[in-house]
Design a binder for this molecule. Sequence first.
Ligand code: NAP
Length: 263
Amino acid sequence: MTHVLITGGSSGIGLEVARIYVGRGHRVSLIARGLAALDAAKVSLETEGGGQVQVAAADVADADAVQAAIRACETVFGPCDILICSAGIVAPARFEDQTAADADRQVAVNLSGSMHSVRAVYASMLARHQGRIMLVSSGAGLMGIPGYAAYCASKFALRGFAEALRSEAKPRGVVVSICFPPDTQTPQLERERAARPAEAEVIMGQVKPWKAEAVARQMVRALDQGRFEVYFGLTLLALGRLAPLVRPFVDRYFDRLIRGVQR
Ligand SMILES: NC(=O)c1ccc[n+]([C@@H]2O[C@H](COP(=O)([O-])OP(=O)(O)OC[C@H]3O[C@@H](n4cnc5c(N)ncnc54)[C@H](OP(=O)(O)O)[C@@H]3O)[C@@H](O)[C@H]2O)c1
């Protein structure tokens, strides 16, 4: 039976992905830090019925802890067939206002946390010549957004990691994918919006946030099809595919919007 392991599976996008796989009757393991939210997610998923769910608490920024949590999950449900790295944080602030610790933490969770999670399942996937991995970047991994310097750095870097890993993994039977969600209605977005500088809101506030279910559906479809990149909407598709070409026009447009709020 397929074992799907989801970091950040207790909330938001990760939880909606879990819902789809549980509905398919798969075995689903959720990893996050907070045990109460994990347990609540397990109860809610099991109530809807379908597959089996287990949870394990770990901070993905701690390589040993995430490795131990994933091992514990694999002991019960078998080796991981599909890994979704959805655990992530964002702390919007102008660069000069953000402490080094807050900036480093976003890189540690979003980038290193994803790499630690992949490392914990990758050797077994290679040995079995099968497995699928979905990394969760962001629209902020395709364009620099004021107030998001450290977050953008972590999410852009994930793309580099994904591209290199994809090339290494593909000939050996492991499929690596990356998605770039837009603003999505989740608890993270609610928290983030309260802290978002005006220059960022004038850019990002123009797009209606997506529903987490819709983002999750596209992610799972891409995994089913073995696609490498997943874009949501035409603007992010254009940025993803044509970035160096469209970037100067986007920058000029953003600069005009930002000047408007700074007046
Ligand atoms: N919502 C958006 O607008 C949006 C847009 C683009 C990309 N994304 C990305 O999508 C992913 C999911 O975001 P979301 O909006 O669904 O957020 P969310 O609702 O806040 O869920 C985040 C999940 O990650 C877990 N998590 C956070 N830090 C962790 C850590 N250090 N170790 C382990 N688990 C951790 C959280 O649980 P605990 O706090 O209990 O650990 C929770 O389960 C993130 O990578 C985010 O950057 C979101």
